[in-house]
Design a protein around this ligand. Structure first.
Ligand code: SAH
Length: 407
C-alpha cells in the first residue's frame, strides 16, 4: 500500500469526500510509484484522510474510496461496493413496466469509471477509468453471483480510452468468468415505461440506450397530444415513441446518426405492431439524418409547438464550458424563435462541467435574445437510478427544463 501525503492546503476537497485527487495536490508518494495499488492518504502532519486507488497512468491519479480508517482495502471491499449498489436498486427489479435501468453509476456508487446498465437479463457496462478496467473481473463476478445475468458485456468508453491509456475493447463475462464470444448475439429486448426497445450487442452509443431520461420522457408524453413535434438529437427515438404514445399529430426526428434513425423507425413499428402505439404511427414520423444545429436554422417559423432538445455532452471539461455555453445558447435561442406562441420545449444538458445555474443563465440569455418570456414548468434531472452524490457535484450531469415560450 502506498502512503500518499497531500500538499498543505490542498486537502479540503478530499476531506469533504470529493473522490478525485490530481497530481498537483500530491506532495509525496512512498514508496515511489511502480504499479497501481491501494493507498493510504494523509495530511502533511500524518493524519489519516482516506484510502484510495493510486495509479500514475490514470488522468486522475488518485481515486478516494473510503474515509473510514477501519475499512480493509482489497477485492472484497470492491465486491461490497458492487453489492451495495445493487441493493440500493432493489425496487427497480420489480417495476411493472420497466426492465432497463442503471445499476452502477460511477463515483455516485463509489465505483469510479464503472457504469452498468441492466437490459432485461443482460448487463452492459461502460469502462472509463483504469480503476474500472482493473477491477472489472471482481465486479462482474459479484454481479453474476447476485443477479445471474445471461451475459455481462463491458466496452471501453471511447472518450476516455486515450486519456486513460486503455485499449478499446469489448469483453464478455458469463457465470462470473470471462468468455470469448464466437457468435453474434441477437438484439436484446427490454421495456421502459411500457414501450418496447431493442439494443444491438457490441459497440454502440454508451451502453446502447440512455435510460437516464426515463422519467422525463413520460413527462414529455403528457404534452404531446395533437402536437407537431421536433425531436432534435433523437438517437433511437425514445422521446419520439413517447410523443406518439401521447397522441402527437406528427414527429420529425433529427440525428446525425443514420443508423440510430433507422433503428428509431424499427422501434416505432415494433410498438405499433404490439398495439402500444396508435395505428398509423409510422406515417406520422419523418427522420432526417443531418446536423441538428443546421436543421433548426432552416425550420420554418411556427411549424412546431413541441420541441425536444437533447444534445450530446457539449462541454466535456470545465475549460470547454465557455464555448459550449455559446452552442447551448444558440440552439435554445433559435428554438425559442421558431416555436409557436405558447409552445413547449424540453431542453437538456448532459455536461457535468455545466452547473444548473449555468444552464438557467444560458436559457435566460437565449430568451432575452429571442425576445420572449419563459415559464419553467418542470425542473428535470436523471432518474433516481442515477443518483447525485452531494460530495461529488459532477454527478449532477443531466439537467433539464420543460419550458413554455410566451411571445
Ligand atoms: N434523445 C436521445 C438521446 C440523445 S444522445 C434519447 O432519448 O435516447 C445525443 C444524440 O445526438 C446522439 O444520438 C448523437 O448521434 C446525436 N448527435 C451528436 N451530434 C449531433 C449533431 N451535430 N447533429 C445531430 N445529432 C447529433
Amino acid at each position: 500500500m502506498y502512503r500518499i501525503t497531500i500538499k498543505e492546503g490542498k486537502d479540503k476537497a478530499a476531506r469533504r469526500h470529493h473522490p478525485w485527487v490530481f497530481s498537483g495536490a500530491i506532495e509525496k508518494t512512498e514508496p515511489a510509484f511502480t504499479e497501481a495499488d491501494w493507498a493510504e492518504v494523509v495530511t502533511p502532519t500524518g493524519f489519516f484522510i482516506a484510502y484510495g486507488w493510486y495509479d500514475e497512468n490514470s488522468h486522475i491519479m488518485l481515486h478516494l474510496l473510503s474515509w473510514d480508517r477501519k475499512e480493509k482495502m482489497g477485492d472484497s471491499f470492491i465486491e461490497h461496493l458492487a453489492e451495495e449498489a445493487v441493493e440500493r436498486r432493489r425496487a427497480f427489479f420489480s417495476l411493472p413496466d420497466t426492465t432497463a435501468f442503471r445499476l452502477i453509476h460511477g463515483e455516485a456508487d463509489f465505483l469510479p469509471g464503472f457504469a452498468a446498465d441492466v437490459y432485461g437479463r443482460e448487463i452492459r457496462m461502460i469502462i472509463s477509468s483504469r480503476f474500472a478496467d482493473h477491477f472489472l473481473p471482481v465486479v462482474t463476478r459479484k454481479l453474476s453471483q447476485l443477479l445471474s445475468p445471461s451475459v455481462i458485456e463491458a466496452v471501453t468508453d471511447k472518450q476516455f480510452a486515450g486519456l486513460e491509456g486503455l485499449k478499446e475493447r469489448t469483453r464478455h463475462f458469463r457465470n462470473g468468468l470471462e468468455t470469448k464470444e464466437s457468435e453474434e448475439r441477437d438484439n436484446v429486448r427490454f421495456i421502459e415505461s411500457g414501450l418496447w426497445y431493442e439494443v444491438a450487442p457490441g459497440r454502440s452509443q454508451k451502453s446502447g440506450f440512455y435510460c437516464d431520461q426515463r422519467d422525463n420522457r413520460v413527462l414529455v408524453e403528457h404534452y404531446a397530444k395533437n402536437c407537431t413535434v421536433l425531436d432534435l438529437f433523437s438517437y433511437t427515438g425514445a422521446f419520439t415513441l413517447h410523443a406518439l404514445k401521447g397522441g402527437a399529430a406528427s414527429v420529425d426526428a433529427v440525428d446525425s446518426s443514420e443508423s440510430a434513425l433507422r433503428h428509431l423507425l424499427y422501434q416505432v413499428h415494433l410498438n405499433e405492431d404490439k398495439g402500444i402505439l396508435p395505428p398509423a404511427s409510422r406515417e406520422r414520423v419523418t427522420i432526417t439524418p443531418c446536423d441538428a444545429f443546421d436543421y433548426i436554422r432552416q425550420v420554418e417559423d411556427n411549424k412546431y409547438n413541441l420541441m425536444i432538445l437533447d444534445p450530446p455532452k457539449l462541454a466535456k471539461t470545465k475549460s470547454a464550458l465557455e464555448n459550449a455555453m455559446k452552442a447551448y445558447k444558440d440552439l435554445n435561442r433559435v428554438a425559442m424563435l421558431k416555436i409557436r406562441r405558447n409552445g413547449i420545449i424540453a431542453t437538456f444538458s448532459c455536461s457535468g462541467a455545466m452547473t444548473r445555474e449555468d444552464f438557467r443563465m444560458m436559457l435566460a440569455w437565449a430568451a432575452s435574445d429571442a425576445g420572449c418570456e419563459i415559464e419553467i414548468l418542470h425542473t428535470l434531472s436523471a432518474g433516481s437510478d442515477h443518483p447525485v452524490r452531494l460530495s461529488f457535484p459532477e454527478s449532477e450531469y443531466l439537467k433539464g427544463y420543460i419550458i413554455r415560450v410566451l411571445k
